[in-house]
Design a protein around this ligand. Structure first.
Ligand code: 5GP
Ligand code: ZN
Length: 133
């Protein structure tokens, strides 16, 4: 529990939420301002801010698959988007790690636009990443 963290307070039961699932490692709750029906947040109970501190949290993957399967069966959406923001510039607003599982329905497709370029210096880029793995 970290003071002033809204998700820690939800995990602790101090703030109410619409809970879909809970076990010793994670909770899954409805997003308070959903993009679509069923928009769910999968959240580790341990307070970490970003993906960089999530080594070993393999249970997150299982939670994401289980929630995605439940959303698929419950609402038969046209697709499901999974997103996770790290850092303010990447759109992170709550600094307790969480994954968005968002059902996509016709007419409510995600509108995410990046400026894309051509792949340049691929071999150099691969090496720069590989050295840090
Ligand atoms: P972020 O931008 O950090 O990836 O996403 C934060 C998400 O948390 C937003 O989608 C926002 O609607 C959701 N959120 C913020 N406060 C609360 C809350 O008190 N309860 C719930 N259920 N969701 C919240
Ligand atoms: Zn927290």
């Amino acid at each position: 529990m970290t003071d002033d963290c809204i998700f820690c307070k939800i995990i602790d039961g101090e703030i109410p939420s619409h809970k879909i699932y809970e076990d010793e490692n994670i909770i899954a709750i409805l997003d308070a301002n959903p993009v679509s029906k069923g928009h769910t947040l999968v959240i580790p109970k341990k307070h970490v801010e970003t993906i960089h501190e999530a080594g070993g949290m393999n249970f997150l993957h299982e939670g994401l698959v289980n929630v995605s399967n439940a959303l698929e069966k419950a609402f038969n959406p046209d697709g499901i988007n999974i997103a996770q923001n790290n850092g303010e510039k990447a759109g992170q607003e709550v600094f307790h790690l969480h994954f968005h599982v968002t059902p996509i329905y016709e007419g409510n497709e995600l509108d995410v636009t990046y400026n894309r370029g051509d792949l340049e210096e691929a071999e150099k880029t691969v090496e720069e990443i590989k050295q840090k793995l």
